[in-house]
Design a protein around this ligand. Structure first.
Ligand code: 5RP
Length: 222
């Protein structure tokens, strides 16, 4: 079993019948969602899922996991999601899979957020992984130039030679800004720029991280 599968399955142990559960996005969250689907089918686990992307929605529907939209629930008991980098203070970068906006909306409605990663994602400082910024297409080249002028080395994300489009039909500009020493302040600065819909720094959102290592899953609690 690879490390992503290991943590994905382990994370499903945090889910109990009666819960409303945020279902993350990405190749690690994929295994978590598969395990939840298995438990729904084989063990009669009764949960309601709230998905963080169209891709996860499709996966969850195929597995027969009952779903509600984030606007149909009062709160989410626990959200389990992947991350691209996690610093020692449990701030993180998300959005490598392009789902940062829905992921942040779902995380903010959650009583508890658990991140699941393999050990390569644990870093001293955030930013070696390019910081994803979701922007509205209108005026995005002007915003790109402002990022350039600020020294953030921006890149428009592409897929199959075309501009990548998020589930909300926005663009993503990835910033090369290592090291991010004050993620809260930097996140606020980026979010405050006109045309930015959301940025991929997640701060003060999670208190449990499950890390997949060759020796098994390590549970880190903040
Ligand atoms: C998607 C995300 C993912 O959670 C993040 O990119 C980690 O993905 P993976 O588990 O595939 O490495 O933020 O927007």
């Amino acid at each position: 079993m690879n490390m992503k599968e290991l943590v994905g399955k382990k994370a499903a142990e945090y889910v109990e019948s009666g819960m409303t559960v945020g279902l993350g996005t990405g190749s690690t969250a994929y295994y978590f969602v598969e395990e939840i689907g298995r438990r729904v089918k084989e063990e009669g686990l009764e949960i309601v899922g709230v998905t963080t992307s169209l891709a996860t929605k499709k996966q969850a529907e195929a597995l027969g996991i009952p779903l509600k939209s984030v606007d149909e629930v009062d709160y989410i008991d626990v959200t389990i999601d992947g991350a691209d980098e996690i610093a020692p203070d449990f701030s993180g970068i998300k959005g490598g899979g392009g789902a940062l906006l829905f992921e942040k909306i779902v995380a903010e409605q959650s009583k508890s957020v658990i991140w699941i990663v393999d050990e390569s994602k644990m870093v001293d400082y955030l930013g070696r992984f390019p910081l994803p910024v979701e922007v509205v297409p209108y005026g995005s080249l002007q915003l790109f130039k402002r990022f350039e002028a600020l020294g953030y080395k921006p890149t428009f994300r592409e897929r199959d030679g075309e501009r990548y489009l998020t589930d909300s039909k926005n663009y993503i500009i990835d910033l090369d800004v290592y090291p991010i020493k004050d993620p809260i302040a930097f996140g606020e600065k980026i979010k405050g720029m006109t045309g930015v819909v959301e940025q991929g720094l997640f701060t003060n959102m999670t208190d449990i991280v499950l890390v997949g290592t060759p020796d098994g899953v390590v549970v880190k609690q903040f």
